[in-house]
Design a protein around this ligand. Sequence first.
Ligand SMILES: [Zn+2]
Length: 383
Amino acid sequence: MSFNFFVRSNITFGRGAAEKLPEILAGYGLKKVMIVYDGGVKAAGIAEKIVAQVEKAGISYIIFDGVIPNPTNEVVEGAAVLAKEAGVEGFVAVGGGSSIDLAKAVNVLMTNPGRIGEYGGMNMVKNPCLPLVAIPTTAGTSSEITNVSALIDTEKVIKYVVIDNNIVASDVIADPEFTKTMPVSVTAATGMDAITHAVESYISNMATPLTEYNALAGLKILYNNLPKVVENGSDMEAREQMMLGCIITGFSFSNANLGFVHAIAHTLSAHFGLAHGMANACVLPYVMAYNAEACPEKMVELAKAIDLPVSGNPEKDKYLLADALKALCKKLGIRTLKEQNVPEEAFDRLADDVLKEPVLGFNPRQGVTKEDVIEILKKAYSE
Ligand SMILES: [Zn+2]
């Protein structure tokens, strides 16, 4: 057995964890940072709490609050110009995956030449980046832990990923209180994204014993707590568990990567602007049923991790997980592709682009065809 498992971030976890920010920033000896967040974080009153902590540290700062869902190359490059002009020495990113992914991408351009689009793919970032403190306000993307930044190339109409250990946040401040203001639909969608990460990284053909260990542990926590936080957003114990589950799962997929579900979700977001979690969730059960042919034993292990009633007949048990995920999506109000206004006429074009997604290379079932993709999209459209 031989493998590499990369972990980098110093994690400060718990309610009130943001109060540690001045101490963390002081540890880096920074003189100026860029604080990155979006309108939702501002409206929830979280941004001002973070700004107050940066002020407490006695560090000067500039604010970039132009984060958009599914950040584009243009937004990244615009923010990088501002950061360079201001001479920032580090970043504090507050928000969901979009804020943290954007900060990671801007950080690449602080110490590496050229355009952000040149860094798509794996291990393309040659120079180490500046310190980045990631403060998640959702429990889903695990962007605070991972080596991934997902961006939109508006010219090529693709969602692509920069995957590189150089972009991992140096510090994570995980305060479950910050996830309390998430609307119900965002809680459901981001939580389903996290569940997708757990199952896709577990069955990935890059999985190792350490990623599998984390994926199973993460799935168990997420599956048991997501319905609780969707039902009652103020259940702080469940919120805390969701945040913990995301970090544990992040260790897995940052090292083992993802698969077919994300290939479809990236394409849906690039073409129709679908929110990432919702795009994943609506195809997840069907892709898992499809993948069950290639890795039946692993599907049974996933089913056992969430205490599904395994019969001992692998031919039957391999679909237990897919069925349970379908039931969970219904329970959480995950919308079909039809309800998300994806036209059926686009399936042909979408399928062509899904097949070009590099993340498909990590999927356990290889040889995915255009017909396979269209069949899954049809199920996600109407079922
Ligand atoms: Zn995802």
